[in-house]
Design a protein around this ligand. Structure first.
Ligand code: URA
Ligand code: ZN
Length: 375
C-alpha cells in the first residue's frame, strides 16, 4: 500500500515583502533588529511589547523559517508532509492604512501564488495557499480581492482574523464579504491574533510571569470561540447557508462548549440584535458545525481531538502544524514536538483499527475539501 497522503492546512509564512513592511514599523506589529547580529525579534502580540523588557529580548526570534520557503520545504520533508496550504501569519494586513491595503494584499497574494507555482513546477503539487484580505479598505475592495483570488490557480481560500472590518465578525457590513466567499466557495480560515484583554489573566504582570503561555494557550482559543459564536448569534450562517469556515486550533473551545452555547441560546428571551422579542439564530450550533465548519487538528491532545470529532465529524477535520511557530527549544535537528504531538493525538484518537479515519484527517479530507487534485 502506498504511504498515506499528508497535507498541512495550518502553516504560515511571512513573505519577504511582509517582513520589510514589519521592519519599517516601530509599533506592534514590528520587527526589531538587535545590534549584535542576533536573530531579529518579532513583536506581534501587544503583550510582547512590554517597555520593561529591553527591545533585544522582546517578542520572539524570527529566523529564516518565517520567510524562506526552502526552510518550510525542509520542514515538510522532515515530518513526511507531502503538501502544505500556506497562509500569511497574524496579524495579516489588519494594521495597514486603509489607502495602502489593496496594494499590499495584491502584492502579498501574488507572492504567495508565485511561490506555489515555482515550487510546484519542480515538485508535484507541494504547495497551495490561503490569500490575505485588505480588511482595512472599504468592503467593495475586499470583495474585489476575493473575486481576483478565485482566479489564481493555487489559492484555495482566505485567512482572516477575528476583528473583521474592525467591529468583530457579527458586523452587518461584513455581509458583502460573506456573500463573496459563499459565491466563490473559497474557504475562510479563521485564525486568532488578539487574544483576550490582559485583565482576563490578572493584568500584564501576570502574563509576563509566564511568557506566552496564557495568551497563546488560552487567549487564542477563546478569541476564536467568541468570534465564531458572534457570527452564529448574529445569524451569519442563517443568511449564508453555504459559507465554509475552517476554525484554527480545532475551533478553540467551540466543540467543548457547543452544548452550552446552544442551551444558552434556547434560554435567552432578549435577542436585542434581532428586535428584542424575536428568536435568535434559526440554525443551531450542531447543525452549523456539521454543515459550515471545518476544524484543523492542531490541538495537541486526543481529548481535544475527540471533542472536535464528536462535535463536527472525522471527515471535517484536517491535519496542521502551525509551522514556523513552536519550534523545538533545545535540539533543532529533532522532529518538532509540536508536530509529533499532533500526529500522536490523531493516532490515539482513532486507534490503529481506524486507519481510514486517520488517513482522512492526515490528508484525505484536505485533498477533497480543498480540491488539491491528488489521486
Ligand atoms: N503564535 C502566533 O502568533 N501565531 C500563531 O499562529 C501561532 C503562535
Ligand atoms: Zn497559526
Amino acid at each position: 500500500m502506498s504511504r498515506q497522503l499528508i497535507v498541512d492546512v495550518h502553516t504560515h509564512v511571512y513573505p519577504p515583502s511582509y517582513m520589510a513592511l514589519l521592519r519599517a514599523r516601530k509599533t506592534v506589529p514590528y520587527i526589531h533588529d538587535p545590534a549584535e547580529g542576533a536573530d531579529p525579534r518579532l513583536i506581534i502580540l501587544s503583550s510582547d511589547d512590554d517597555p520593561a523588557t529591553p527591545p533585544d529580548e522582546r517578542g520572539r526570534p524570527v529566523d529564516a523559517s518565517y520567510s524562506d520557503i526552502n526552510v518550510k520545504l525542509d520542514f515538510m520533508k522532515k515530518h513526511d508532509i507531502d503538501c502544505s496550504v500556506i497562509s500569511l501569519a497574524n496579524p495579516w494586513l489588519d494594521f495597514v492604512p486603509k489607502d495602502e491595503a489593496q496594494e499590499w494584499a495584491e502584492r502579498i497574494n501574488n507572492d504567495l501564488e508565485s511561490t506555489c507555482a515555482d515550487v510546484n513546477s519542480e515538485k508535484d503539487k507541494s504547495l497551495f495557499a490561503f490569500g490575505a484580505l485588505p480588511l482595512s479598505a472599504p468592503s467593495s475592495i475586499v470583495v474585489a480581492e476575493i473575486k481576483r483570488l478565485r482566479t489564481l490557480p493555487h489559492i484555495r481560500g482566505v485567512i482572516m482574523g477575528t476583528s473583521g472590518l474592525g467591529k468583530g465578525l457579527d458586523d452587518p457590513d461584513l455581509d458583502a464579504i460573506w456573500g463573496a466567499l459563499e459565491e466563490t466557495q473559497l474557504l475562510l480560515f479563521l485564525h486568532p491574533h488578539y487574544g483576550l484583554p490582559s485583565e482576563a489573566f490578572g493584568g500584564p504582570e501576570v502574563i509576563a510571569r509566564y511568557g506566552h503561555v496564557l495568551p497563546l494557550a488560552l487567549g487564542f482559543p477563546l478569541e476564536t470561540t467568541i468570534a465564531v459564536t458572534r457570527m452564529l448569534l448574529s445569524g451569519v450562517f442563517d443568511r449564508f447557508e453555504r459559507l465554509q469556515v475552517l476554525l484554527a486550533h480545532s475551533g478553540g473551545t467551540l466543540p467543548f462548549l457547543a452544548g452550552r452555547i446552544e442551551s444558552c441560546v434556547l434560554h435567552e428571551r432578549k435577542f436585542v440584535a434581532n428586535g428584542g422579542d424575536t428568536p435568535g439564530p434559526k440554525r443551531g450550533v450542531w447543525d452549523v458545525l456539521k454543515t459550515n465548519i471545518f476544524l484543523d487538528a492542531v490541538v495537541y491532545g486526543s481529548a481535544g481531538l475527540q471533542a472536535a470529532v464528536a462535535a463536527g465529524s472525522h471527515d471535517r477535520l484536517m491535519f496542521g502544524t502551525d509551522h514556523p511557530f513552536f519550534p523545538p527549544l533545545h535540539d533543532e535537528d529533532e522532529k518538532w514536538p509540536s508536530v509529533t504531538t499532533n500526529y500522536k493525538a490523531i493516532d490515539s484518537c482513532f486507534g490503529e483499527k481506524d486507519s481510514e479515519s486517520i488517513g482522512m484527517v492526515l490528508g484525505g479530507n484536505a485533498n477533497r475539501i480543498l480540491k488539491l487534485g491528488f489521486d
